[in-house]
Design a protein around this ligand. Structure first.
Ligand code: HEM
Length: 409
């Protein structure tokens, strides 16, 4: 395969790559599976076996965010802002190694276990039905704003116990953190906006923690406040960070995944028809949609020692980006990987990661996707795109569409 002219191997924020990153991934997988990306000054891995090995490598750490400060020159204001933002990534489980990671995860595992999540089924179904009632009478829906966002957002807010009055403040901080992930070099004022949003959410959550401390409720926030497993109590700052990060992790990826899943189905009408004809396929269909166009494309790690991956030397301190969505299209792992097949049983997609950081919310995300897509198909006879012009968000890590207007019959 020669490199197509439009292929951007390094600028993963290029509009062509954002619209369809898979030709780039394919080229890298075939020609340069351990690729040095000079734009992001990091390695990019694209083969399934390399990524599974990397996710278990003792010298590839999740503590990547400390690198951030040195990646580009910062003004004094931006440096101060960065110091305020980084703790969100540095002290949450996803950016920690064991034993700190295991301590935090242990405190939250129960709240997201398959059994606990299954109890949410009626509430998820009720919410999807309510959101769809409105759309069905209008015979159209802007899927992202009207369903894909409010469902996981409401559920994670209810799990944590965030009252409705706090939702806009918390949503603004979540969005700010999602934007921060892909900043290569900040433009003037960009980081200040992020810290402003985080500060407001911080103040709101500190107030809410005081309220819950005085009057605990049956929610995850109260559970975190009273958690004392092996004396592993969380500090107020840790609780605020965990809340903010859980709210981000608990909705952004699922919102995007519902959108990506529906785009994939609408672009493959034969698979959509197959799912309509056999709703039992919803479980395998959701796994396949996660494989085919996942909402988390890249997982960052950092080398804690000089290591060799697939014959390439990675120096201590270098960042290694694991292209899980590239791995999910690796023909060495999946038969005919560019084909969407909602009955597919082979392989083992890396959409929720692998190993000790395997997504805490996987059971919840699966439940929400199955009910949303299943109900959308059950309650309609035909769904069409209202516009062929699909805009992808400017984010190569968290992949999703900005809007998705659909006509419903
Ligand atoms: C379709 C939706 C989702 C996708 C594609 C997704 C994907 C992922 C991936 C790939 C990881 C591994 C990160 C790594 O190894 O660095 C991860 C971790 C995580 N996810 Fe999800 N996620 C989704 C939904 C959720 C939901 C609903 C929650 C709810 C709270 C959640 C919470 C987390 C947390 C807390 C971690 C960190 C786990 C750890 O470090 O041990 N995710 N997710």
């Amino acid at each position: 395969m020669t490199q197509p002219a439009h292929l951007e191997l390094d600028n993963l924020m290029h509009p062509d790559v954002l619209a369809n990153p898979y030709p780039t991934y394919r080229y890298l997988r075939e020609h340069d599976p351990v690729h040095w990306n000079p734009v992001f000054r990091s390695w990019f891995l694209s083969r399934y076996d390399d990524i599974v090995a990397a996710l278990q490598h003792p010298h590839l750490s999740s503590v990547t965010w400390k690198l951030r400060e040195s990646r580009y020159p910062l003004s004094a204001d931006d440096l101060a802002a960065t110091k305020q933002i980084l703790p969100y990534f540095v002290s949450f489980m996803q950016g920690l190694d064991d034993p700190e990671h295991a301590r935090q995860r242990g405190l939250m595992n129960k709240a997201f276990s398959a059994r606990t999540v299954e109890r949410l089924r009626p509430r998820v179904q009720q919410l999807v039905d309510e959101l769809l009632d409105r759309a069905l009478s209008a015979r159209r829906i802007e899927l992202m704003q009207d369903l894909a966002f409010p469902l996981p957002w409401t559920i994670i807010c209810e799990l944590l116990g965030i009252p409705e009055e706090g939702h806009p403040i918390i949503k603004a901080s979540s969005d700010a953190l999602a934007r921060y992930i892909v900043i290569v070099a900040p433009v003037a004022g960009q980081l200040a906006q992020i810290t402003e949003a985080l500060q407001q959410a911080h103040d709101y959550l500190a107030h809410l923690i005081a309220v819950r401390r005085a009057d605990p409720q049956d929610d995850l926030l109260s559970a975190m406040i009273s958690a004392e497993e092996n004396g592993a109590m969380l500090s107020e700052t840790e609780i605020i960070v965990a809340c903010t990060m859980l709210l981000l992790a608990g909705h952004e990826t699922t919102t995007n995944m519902i959108g990506n899943g529906m785009v994939a189905l609408l672009c493959h009408p034969e698979q959509l028809a197959r799912l309509r004809a056999d709703p039992q396929l919803i479980t395998s269909a959701v796994e396949e949609l996660l494989r085919y166009d996942g909402s988390v494309q890249v997982l960052p790690r950092v080398a804690t020692e000089d290591i060799t991956i697939n014959g390439t030397l990675i120096r201590q301190g270098q960042q290694v980006n694991l292209g899980v969505s590239a791995a999910n299209r690796d023909p060495a792992q999946f038969a005919d990987p560019e084909r969407l097949d909602i009955g597919r049983q082979d392989g083992r997609p890396l959409s929720f990661g692998y190993g000790m950081h395997y997504c805490l919310g996987a059971a919840l995300a699966r439940l929400e996707m199955q009910i949303t897509i299943g109900t959308l198909l059950r309650r309609t006879s035909r769904i069409t795109l209202a516009s062929d012009n699909i805009q992808w968000r400017p984010n190569f890590v968290l992949r999703g569409v900005t809007v998705l207007p659909l006509l419903l019959e």
